[in-house]
Design a protein around this ligand. Structure first.
Ligand SMILES: C[S@@+](CC[C@H](N)C(=O)[O-])C[C@H]1O[C@@H](n2cnc3c(N)ncnc32)[C@H](O)[C@@H]1O
Length: 362
């Protein structure tokens, strides 16, 4: 369901699409603050009758209320799946208003899955979602290829496999020899921004311009956060990276052409069941097919593609990618691969491929 707005104390506040399940525009909205926050029974009855409770107060009081609602909601018949998302806080300009001590999360709108809302547009964020985002961002993922850690928001793929980032580091560094100074680079499907940063660091001598994009605003927000920290700590030069507004494949880049395009493509050929599945699942390989079809229009004549894929859905899926690439006028210049353990139950091992590709000029 798309995002919608609700009136909170006479002002429009948006419920991000990601949090709309079970909610609708006619849900009654009430604010609970000060003494009202301690009236658990009243708040719970409001929620149980389909209302949205906008809460505000000390973080300990909000957490106690959440525990109470969680406990009571298990007794509800019929069970309500959405009751926890009806307990919301108001956020604006990256600040969660009314939480004491204040909570500030940069790029909060994008982390809530909204790419194009004005920063000062008020949002209603479920308290559970806010806590889950805070927990996700508190986790530091060590990336050996970068020699430091990075963070990732909810539903964004984390760089768990050192072998995979290691392969990309080799493949990206190998491009140094053929890229021009000031090379224009695109990291498609940037996720946490791990490959964006790898490109910025590995190609530093060339003073590249690295552009990053992803279909998920949560991913562009994660990349922005990591890029900002790298720039602050002097790990990359300022203005090396530009993170674009989230969008489908090449939509955010317009007609731009690149000297190097990097894509660690989603490689599980399966339907998308949850938001987190967008990171890895590519139903019927439609995304990789469209990427390979459109890619040549965005690649300079002598440009290079560094493409990652895996045999998680069988060798046939890998062969199909290579076949599509060839049909779209590309040829493999070098293949790197490594067998890695997966974190999935069904398939314990998979082979990761990273190909360097160029135009087939024959
Ligand atoms: C395998 S993950 C790679 C993430 C990151 N580059 C890395 O290496 O960890 C694939 C990424 O592609 C993104 N993606 C999926 N479909 C896309 C699309 N149609 N347009 C742009 N990005 C897409 C996903 O959101 C995800 O971040």
């Amino acid at each position: 369901m798309p995002q919608f707005s609700l009136k909170v104390d006479g002002e429009e506040a948006v419920v991000p699409a990601k949090f709309t399940e079970g909610l609708h525009e006619s849900c009654p909205v009430r604010t609970f603050v000060g003494r009202d926050l301690a009236r658990y029974d009243r708040i719970f009855s409001h929620l149980a009758s389909g209302g949205i409770a906008v809460i505000s107060g000390p973080v300990t009081a909000l957490n106690k209320l959440l525990v109470y609602v969680q406990r009571r909601s298990t007794d509800l018949k019929p069970r309500s799946e959405s009751i926890l998302s009806q307990l919301v806080v108001l956020a604006r300009n990256d600040n969660c208003e009314g939480i004491d001590p204040p909570v500030r999360i940069p790029y909060l709108h994008e982390f809530c899955g909204e790419a194009s809302l004005a920063k000062d547009q008020a949002l209603l964020v479920p308290l559970t979602a806010l806590r889950s985002l805070q927990d996700a961002l508190a986790q530091k993922w060590q990336v050996d290829a970068l020699g430091t850690w990075i963070v990732a928001g909810d539903d964004v793929i984390t760089p768990k496999s050192q072998e995979t980032t290691g392969l990309f580091r080799e493949a990206i560094a190998a491009q140094k020899l053929c890229l021009p100074r000031g090379a224009q680079v695109l990291d498609m499907g940037c996720g946490s921004g791990v490959l964006t940063l790898l490109a910025a660091v590995s190609l530093e001598d060339l003073k590249p311009k690295v552009n990053a994009t992803d279909v998920m605003p949560e991913a562009t927000a994660s990349t922005r956060l990591n890029v900002a920290r790298f720039a602050d700590e002097g790990l990359i030069a300022p203005n090396t990276v530009q993170v674009l507004t989230a969008g489908n494949l090449f939509d955010p880049v317009g007609d731009a052409c690149f000297d190097l395009i990097i894509f660690n493509a989603p490689w599980v050929v399966a339907p998308v069941g949850s938001r987190a599945d967008i990171s890895l699942n590519d139903p019927k390989q439609k995304t990789i097919a469209r990427f390979l079809e459109e890619m040549p229009r965005h690649l300079e004549r002598e440009g290079r593609l560094v493409l990652g894929y895996a045999d998680n859905s069988g060798q046939g899926a890998v062969d199909r990618v290579l076949e599509m690439a060839e049909n779209d006028g590309l040829r493999v210049l070098k293949e790197r691969s490594v067998r890695v353990q997966t974190h999935r139950k069904k398939r314990k091992w998979q082979r990761i491929y990273v190909w360097e590709m160029g135009r087939n000029v024959d």
